[in-house]
Design a protein around this ligand. Structure first.
Ligand code: NAP
Length: 303
């Protein structure tokens, strides 16, 4: 089995940054991702708060990070880590994937999160037939069409703006009477004249082959109404991927995120965690900072 000092599971912004820092420390390192580097970060239509770039897409930024990471660290994409086993040895962990097994002295969990679903009637049936979780991937197909964006956070409003810019006729549907999203995004939604339906939940998504209506429930009155639409974009938050952390006995908080200290250490020795899978602010710049800290902590602990 190939032996490493640091194995990083997940090649999002945090994992790639950890790889860059680890490589420059002179340790032997590997990043493994079950998908392509970037994960759901590839779907971010545009970012205006990553320092150094006025405006950049998630895909473009991840490709830059990946190009830099592979100069410093081995990267395996499309390889799924199935299990991490603790060993009583200098190489404390066996990392079993769907392709191979590796030994490592330390592990950095950068496993990210996936889209939360609404669990509304018809959601599963119409996935890819009008139900989407990714404006960047599918927005193009809805130019000139009536669609709704469900959610009231930063992602929902950012994606609603992106879809509006593409030429879709977007209505934002939110379950409360105020958005969670930052004020500047709310202002942009108002400036663009994007329709908003507050206090409404999605009860059912209907159609024949493709989505053609959505049934909304007014949360104040309980009244049901049917809205003709061609598409429904869902952006109602994320669920952290903690299966590997749980296998290792890593502590989670009540929301299911990994608890870390200031050095990105978990409660399990030589296991660190970074990015969206952790407690804390969900921002690329934070994930990158945490990646740098985790790689440095692992390096010091190896000495
Ligand atoms: P989020 O902040 O957790 O917001 C999720 C939204 O979906 C909330 O408005 C929530 O409503 C709504 N929601 C949740 N479950 C729902 C359900 N079952 N039915 C209907 N609505 C539901 O998620 P996010 O916007 O994806 O953002 C995730 C994290 O990334 C956040 O920390 C965010 O700040 C960060 N982020 C930052 C930026 C940026 O800096 N520009 C961009 C994107 C994301 P309630 O408000 O009623 O709970």
């Amino acid at each position: 089995m190939e032996k490493y000092d640091i194995v990083i599971v997940g090649a999002g912004p945090g994992g790639l940054t950890a790889g860059i820092y680890a490589g420059r420390q002179g340790t032997k390192n590997l990043i493994i991702d079950r998908d392509l580097a970037g994960g759901i970060g590839r779907e971010v239509p545009e970012m205006e708060n990553y320092p150094g770039f006025d405006n950049i897409s998630g895909l473009e930024l991840i490709e830059k990070m990946k190009a830099q990471a592979v100069k410093n660290c081995e990267l395996h994409e499309n390889e799924n880590v199935l299990e991490i086993i603790k060993n009583d040895d200098e190489y404390r962990f066996t990392i079993k994937t769907d392709k191979d097994s590796y030994l490592s002295k330390t592990v950095i969990l950068a496993t990210g999160s996936s889209h939360r679903e609404l669990n509304a009637k018809g959601e599963e049936e119409f996935k890819g037939k009008g139900v989407s979780y990714c404006a960047t991937c599918d927005g193009f197909f809805f130019q000139g069409r009536d669609i709704i964006m469900v959610g009231g956070g930063n992602s929902a409003l950012q994606e609603a703006l992106y879809l509006n810019n593409l030429g879709a006729n977007v209505t934002v549907v939110h379950r409360r009477d105020e958005f969670r999203a930052q004020k500047h995004l709310q202002e942009q939604i108002n400036e663009k004249g994007i329709n908003i339906i507050y206090n409404a939940t999605v009860e059912e998504i209907k159609g024949d082959m493709l989505v053609d209506t959505v049934v909304l429930k007014d949360t104040q009155t309980g009244e049901l109404s049917e809205l003709p639409i061609s598409g429904i974009f869902i952006s109602v938050g994320y669920i952290p991927h903690t299966e590997l952390a749980e296998q290792l006995g890593v502590n989670l908080d009540e929301s299911g995120h990994i608890i870390i200290d200031k050095e990105q250490k978990t409660n399990i020795d030589y296991v660190y965690a970074i990015g969206d899978v952790c407690v804390g602010l969900k921002q690329w710049v934070v994930a990158c900072g945490e990646g740098a800290v985790a790689a440095t902590s692992a390096y010091h602990d190896l000495k």
